[in-house]
Design a protein around this ligand. Structure first.
Ligand SMILES: NC(=O)c1ccc[n+]([C@@H]2O[C@H](COP(=O)([O-])OP(=O)(O)OC[C@H]3O[C@@H](n4cnc5c(N)ncnc54)[C@H](O)[C@@H]3O)[C@@H](O)[C@H]2O)c1
Length: 99
């Protein structure tokens, strides 16, 4: 039996008709900058939300096919979730910016 992630194409490329709209908070970070292109490659629509705290310190080019909300997560309104099927919540101050 196939693993759940195989059903949505994570191993075998996009599967027609399974694309969902995903809000990725902290999408400019270490994990988000890898995850967003992966989601897009597999047919999903990504909306990123990030304050841009570490903008300019990127290892990768910012993804161009991701709509971006430059916003603090704590200022989100319910309307920001209109049309969103799922949220991947990565926004956090998880790394010591001076250490
Ligand atoms: N990187 C790892 O190895 C690792 C391991 C385990 C868990 N995690 C967790 O995964 C998540 C993401 O980790 P990462 O390494 O990508 O972090 P990161 O610091 O590289 O990225 C976090 C992003 O969140 C944004 N952000 C911070 N506060 C925000 C706010 N209030 N509103 C909007 N955006 C905000 C920052 O600007 C940044 O771009 C964190 O919760 C972290 O604790 C990471």
């Amino acid at each position: 039996m196939a693993a759940p992630h195989q059903d949505v194409g994570f191993r075998h490329g996009p599967v027609e008709g399974v694309g969902v709209k995903v809000l990725v908070t902290g999408h400019q970070g270490y994990i988000g900058s890898v995850l967003c292109p992966l989601l897009c490659t597999h047919g999903h629509t990504v909306v990123g939300l990030d304050t841009g705290f570490f903008e300019g310190c990127d290892f990768l080019e910012a993804p161009t096919d991701v709509r971006m909300l430059r916003r603090d997560l704590r200022d989100m309104a319910a309307a920001d979730l209109d049309g969103i099927d799922g949220v991947v919540h990565l926004a956090a101050l998880s790394n010591d910016p001076i250490g």
